[in-house]
Design a protein around this ligand. Sequence first.
Ligand code: CTP
Length: 398
Amino acid sequence: MLAGRRIVLGVSGGIAAYKSVELCRRLVDAGAHVTPVLTESALRFVGRTTFDALASERAIVSLWEGESRIPHTELGRHTDLVIVAPATARLLGALANGLSTDALTNVLIATRAPVVVCPAMHTEMWEHPAVVANVETLRSRGVTVVDPEAGRLAGGDVGMGRLAGIESIMAAVEVTLAGSGDLAGHRVVVTAGGTREPIDAVRVIANRSSGRQGHAIAAEAQRRGAEVVLITTAESSIPSGCSVVRVETAAEMGVALDNHAASASAVVMAAAVADFRPVEVTSGKHKKSLGAPEIRLEPTPDLLASLGENKPEGQVLVGFAAETSDLIDNARGKLAAKNLDLIVANDVAAPEVGFSHPTNSVTILDTEGGVEETGLMSKAEIATRVVDRVARLLTAVR
Ligand code: CTP
């Protein structure tokens, strides 16, 4: 559930800050991408080096550091959740009143992502009418408040106000994230990689697809709250958190699609499916001494075309077009012929594009005649563009 999700872990200055070190580790272990943002007073209790070492990104303390000119809005915009543990009375008050005084409060006010706060303070402070009112305000705005527990407090006092246990905080993060993201409640099937069609027991007909673009799309859909089924031939860069069906041939990919596609809100066919396969597969290894074999090929079924023929009402179907000439015309032809909602056209002959490159450049065509050219960017950024379009269509369907 947390795999691939981007989380800002805010730490404000209370003795319970040491527990946020453990929380950071738990979030990272669960697969989240964690960026710690510490207040100046948190640094009196814990060291930033600890967070630098444990988190996915270096800790941020000040607005005036780092490479981004506007880190608070950048972080706020790209995170899936902000959690503050511990949240002091000052932090709760600043958030309730829209006051931005440091990096953490800036991120909190600049984000539209769900926010979880985990207050920790002395009993008198927790029960102060101003704090009670601030907590009520935050709850009424949809902030998840993980109530503190009774127990031993700083200075040997005992009472209500101790930071909630790690398990309760992790559960609150999971529940908050489960209902968030523009693809929450949707199942998305993504195919990736090139199929391998056997010639004999050791040889195959394959293609150059690495599966990276499809995997990036699966990761992005999952990050945005979808339940993702990834049907792939590729071994590397498999995103965590998806349910993965490993296949080898076009026929096996067809069976996996039969099992999973009908119930999906969206199907993205990023796989490079072989168009032809050997009619006969030699049992055992064809020996060199027998001479060069003659390999007769037959067409494989067009999986995407049959998904298009049987497309359930409201399903968004996305194809890819790998072209070496007449990119737009060929892609537009496939969009119509296979009854697709979107097609992602790839000039696989262009430099730094397509198979086995970390970067890509695509043109996304839709049924209204829309043409979106992405320009050269990382496969993760391309995935964001593709998933944006899928999400938009799904929202329109609803
Ligand atoms: N595709 C498929 N089954 C096949 C071949 C292709 O589902 N047997 C899908 C691919 O996953 C891709 C789309 O169809 O999403 C287009 O694939 P592409 O190789 O670009 O085109 P083809 O339809 O195979 O036509 P051509 O090879 O002539 O360009």
